[in-house]
Design a protein around this ligand. Structure first.
Ligand SMILES: [Zn+2]
Length: 278
């Protein structure tokens, strides 16, 4: 891969993570991220940096993947010659329509299974993304890694995703940059950029609590594991913000933690997020 493309992808990742953190926990703990973003931006060649900053000012990603010959930034079909050039990556190429820089993703390792079950009529709110079978009233794991494994395996067992080991790896990489424990005993480990399928989320409760982030005094008791396809990359930020809002409320949190079985969790989750997740 072209080194500048690689730098841009890493930079894009950090900017997205900063957006997530801002939405979930406000401006706190952003110093390290800001410093990393500044340092990485400074290393880009001048023309690329100016181009990236121009897109950033319009709240647009500087670089986006090509998904099946389509620019995932604007949705335009790209000429095969351009796709090939991006794939060879001898230089940095822009989308002729939206001007975002492009990169090529070799393989779709993390694919959401198509066999995802649909139950009955079209549901609204958070029910679109989950099912009672993805509610875990008693997480048996006690560490971050094990909990993510437990939840990803559950998703796979219920036919929502495949290749859960890859998901676990990606979720842990994300945790390594900045913890997704957002306070109030809530953590939202997640994987972005999954191919195909729809957004899926599983929710687990831990009565003992999990030490998610060494810096945080509060133990994590509610874990929401989210798998996000590229197509939902704008929506998921709203979802994260909605979940953080719901569970920052003490009453909502205790009501949810009091649930003892999957059905109770499912009903309670729908009720508590009615206003925050549209
Ligand atoms: Zn485009």
């Amino acid at each position: 891969m072209h080194p500048v493309v690689n730098q841009l992808i890493q930079l894009e990742e950090l900017i997205l993570i900063r957006d997530e953190q801002k939405l979930m926990s406000g401006e706190a703990h952003l110093e390290n991220l800001n410093a990393a973003i500044k340092a990485m931006t400074g290393k880009l060649p001048r023309d690329v940096r100016e181009h990236a900053e121009k897109l950033g000012n319009k709240q647009q990603s500087a670089i986006v993947p090509i998904a099946v010959q389509v620019c995932s930034g604007c949705g335009m079909s790209l000429p095969i010659s351009l796709v090939q050039a991006v794939r060879l990556a001898r230089e940095v190429h822009n989308c002729p329509n939206c001007a975002r820089m492009l990169y090529f993703v070799e393989s779709a390792a993390k694919r959401i299974a198509n066999k995802r079950r649909r139950t009955g009529r079209q549901k609204g709110g958070i029910a679109r993304f989950s099912s009672p079978s993805l509610m875990i009233p008693k997480l048996t794991s006690t560490t971050v890694e094990e909990v993510i494994e437990e939840m990803a395996s559950k998703m796979e067992a219920e036919g929502f995703v495949e290749g859960s080991d890859k998901l676990v790896e990606a979720a842990l990489q994300r945790e390594a940059i900045v913890s997704t424990a957002v306070g109030h005993g809530l953590a939202v480990p997640h994987v972005r950029g999954v191919e195909g399928g729809g957004l899926a989320l599983a929710v687990g409760l831990s009565s003992k609590g999990i030490r998610w982030d060494g810096d945080q005094e509060e133990l994590t008791r509610i874990v929401v594991f989210i798998v996000i396809p590229t197509a939902a990359s704008a929506f998921y930020l709203k979802l994260l913000a909605g979940l953080a809002e719901t569970f920052s409320d003490t009453e909502a949190r205790s009501a949810f933690l009091a649930e003892k079985d999957a059905d109770g969790m499912w009903k309670s989750l729908a009720k508590l997020t009615r206003k925050t997740v549209k």
